[in-house]
Design a protein. Structure first.
Length: 215
């Protein structure tokens, strides 16, 4: 039985693809570039805002201007919760899991945006403030295992009793580096980044949040 369950945010707890894509495309258009398909932008998410912005300009064939990252963050911050919602069943799953284990969030998203989204979607109540780690704090971003290891130490559990739930190869690599178990969500918009050939015998893949309760 897992004593700590750590969740990725975008593509795992919340469907934020449209708001991320809209902010990215608004930035591209401001800079004279053509917008990209929402699905294509979704596949660029996972390594943090700076990498997303760089990938978007590379894909558009346009040079990334100075100040692009700060402008993207400003645009996105103004529209964080326009379309973003928890995936179906997430609140009930968190309530059930929270009665059995400690819960945490480990994301490469800036911590300010992360906290606003969790509060705005009424998900913050499932996570202690200290159990939410963003990508712009003192710890390195995923797939570096430091954030996950910090959460394990904070909860006073072992890596073997920890499950990382995510939707991308970044999450898979993070779990591998920290020697924890991993559960990958097929419904997440980062799942295409995962090669089935890389999955190990103990790696789990689920199709809906409710499937977590069966683990």
């Amino acid at each position: 039985m897992f004593r700590l369950v750590v969740f990725d945010l975008d593509g795992t707890l919340i469907d934020s693809r449209r708001d991320l894509a809209n902010a990215t495309n608004a930035l591209l258009v401001e800079c004279g570039a053509a917008p990209l398909l929402e699905e294509r932008i979704g596949r660029m998410v996972g390594d943090g805002a700076a990498t997303l912005v760089t990938r978007a300009f590379d894909a558009s064939g346009t040079a990334r201007p100075a100040g692009a990252l700060s402008r993207f963050l400003a645009i996105y911050e103004a529209h964080l919760l326009e379309h973003t919602r928890p995936y179906s069943g997430i609140p009930a799953v968190l309530a059930a899991l929270g009665a059995r284990a400690s819960l945490a969030v480990l994301t490469n998203k800036p911590i300010g945006s992360t906290r606003r989204i969790l509060a705005g979607l009424d998900l913050a109540r499932y996570f202690a403030d200290e159990a939410v780690i963003g990508g712009d704090g003192p710890l390195p971003r995923k797939p570096d295992p430091a954030g996950l290891q910090h959460l394990i130490a904070r909860a006073g559990v072992t890596a073997e009793s920890t499950l990382l739930v995510g939707d991308s190869v970044i999450d898979w690599r993070t779990a591998r580096a920290a020697s924890t178990r991993v559960c990958l969500v097929r419904y997440g918009f980062g799942f295409d980044s995962i090669s089935p050939a890389d999955l190990g015998a103990h790696d789990r893949v689920i199709d809906a949040p409710d499937d977590l309760l069966e683990m």
